[in-house]
Design a protein around this ligand. Sequence first.
Ligand code: NAP
Length: 275
Amino acid sequence: MIMKGKKGVVLGIANKKSIAYGIAKACQDQGAEMAITFLNERFEKKLEPVAEELGCNGRFYPCDVSKPEEIKALKASLEKDFGEIDFIVHSIAFAPKEGLSGRFTDISKEAFEVAMDISVYSLIEITRELKPILSDKASVLTLSYYGGVKYIPNYNLMGVAKAALEMTVKYLAEDLGRDGIRVNAISAGPIKTLAAAGIGDFSFMLKWNAAHSPLKKNVTIEEVGNSGMYLLSDLSSAVTGEIHYVDGGFNIMGMPAVEFDEDGKPTIAWNGESK
Ligand code: NAP
């Protein structure tokens, strides 16, 4: 039981397809105890059974990260429940629809600010507010995507937010390293979740990734969950400031590896489907 004795909080479970759920489940399977959060009443009812299944025992709290008072209240609840915590999972992102398709130059300042606030600043704020109750070997984990490193069609505003998030991980890791606290990110391959549904042509991203990654498949929330559990556990005690890819190897590819048939024609078509 790799996570036995570890206590933590998981933010960003919308349903059982969420990446955060995959991470929470992997941690629970390895003996961790946890609290989870929900965005608002609309999600409270739906998530109640999930909290129960994850063994939260009533440790199930509202936390809209755009509301500082809810982050403060979360800290008070966690302190009451656990005293100290050993891990935080920040699996949260949001960009207004206008930022996830169309012309990049059309993105409004309002949309930019909302995306940066919820998808990036929230990691700094949550880490700072919960720091007084973090144990001296605590681990913080967030979720990124390759669209923060290279251009990905339609990822637009979220690409800029992920670039900022990945640098935030590094600056936080340096700042908190002196306190023994580690901060890492997983850059996951595309997975069909609620958040992903907002990205234009997402099903094409899935096909392209599966066709052009070395492992020739898309990743699952169980696979991201296991890697997340490793980064939250003492197995990764010397790892901090890392952006760890869990993407079937997609990020190492400089050019698609195309196979050719007997007539010399490529067997992988432009849309990722075999001919
Ligand atoms: P998801 O299930 O929709 O999770 C996104 C979560 O963010 C939801 O729980 C959502 O809450 C929450 N959220 C949005 N605004 C919030 C706010 N103001 N306060 C608190 N929570 C808020 O989608 P997911 O794909 O698992 O996304 C989790 C993370 O993984 C995100 O950072 C995403 O960018 C990243 N990621 C996803 C993929 C992918 O392909 N799916 C790939 C790489 C990285 P509600 O649903 O209740 O609004």
